[in-house]
Design a protein around this ligand. Structure first.
Ligand code: ADP
Ligand code: MG
Length: 232
């Protein structure tokens, strides 16, 4: 089956997503009926106060966690109906993740960190893996740091490694949960510049969460979430 989706087409569609967390006797409503469409090629920021539901929303889209109710379509496929294996497959093939705390493996080199998620995909040959790692690291400007370990890099550089790792899988969508929260304003601006550049160069769709006001005016689309409800 070929799956040709053009830039601008809807490829992720959420309808009425509800997610509650149980904490002992209390129930926390993290998402209260969220509907959202993401179009291919978009660069979108989810903004909202701490606790408003940003991470939960990204986790739903990234198939990291299941909603209590509602529909999530990814490239036309209803994700909520998929088995855990099928969801893992979709996650590995189509989605890249970037986290606030970089989540690099300290004992591995930069090159090995970027290669790591590719190792679980048996269809990628050794030579293709090497090529993808080199190309992703070149795209984030870290070719000369391939053999270094994360603790030899600055925070901004570490986040670049994480971006390269997310890109090496050739994802359709990159989800970045507060990717600049641990960086100073200069490095934050550079990371956003880089993500914008990769968005147009690699035509990867980006969805990232932030509460950094400096970043909000850099993006074309803002989704405002408040107490688990989208306000825009
Ligand atoms: P944000 O990323 O915007 O800070 P979150 O999506 O992390 O917000 O959280 C939304 C709400 O859900 C908050 O009230 C938070 O405390 C709660 N929550 C998130 N994850 C869990 C969890 N694993 N268990 C219990 N409550 C959670
Ligand atoms: Mg969060």
């Amino acid at each position: 089956m070929t799956n040709v989706t053009k830039t601008g087409e809807t490829f992720v569609e959420l309808k009425g997503i509800v997610k509650n967390y149980r904490l002992g006797q209390t129930v926390v409503s993290a998402l209260r009926g969220v509907s959202l469409q993401l179009h291919r090629g978009e660069f979108t920021a989810v903004i909202g106060a701490s606790g408003s539901g940003k991470s939960t929303l990204l986790n739903m889209i990234g198939c990291i966690d299941d909603p209590d109710s509602g529909s999530i379509k990814f490239d036309g496929v209803e994700v909520t109906q998929l088995s855990d294996d099928a969801k893992s497959h979709l996650r590995n093939q189509k989605i890249g993740f970037i986290f606030q705390s970089f989540n690099l493996v300290p004992v591995l080199s930069v090159e090995e960190n970027v290669e790591l998620p590719l190792l679980i995909n048996p269809t990628i040959s050794v030579s293709e893996r090497t090529e993808r790692v080199a190309s992703a690291l070149a795209d984030v400007g870290l070719s000369s740091f391939m053999k270094n370990r994360p603790d030899q890099l600055s925070g901004g550089q570490r986040q670049r490694v994480a971006i390269a790792r997310a890109l090496a899988g050739n994802p359709d969508l990159v989800l970045a949960d507060e990717p600049t929260a641990n960086l100073d304003s200069q490095n934050s601006a550079k990371i956003i510049d880089l993500m914008l550049e990769l968005n147009s160069k690699r035509r990867v769709t980006f969805l990232f969460s932030t509460h950094d006001a400096n970043l909000m005016n850099r993006v074309s689309r803002i989704v405002n979430i408040q107490d688990g409800v989208i306000r825009t």
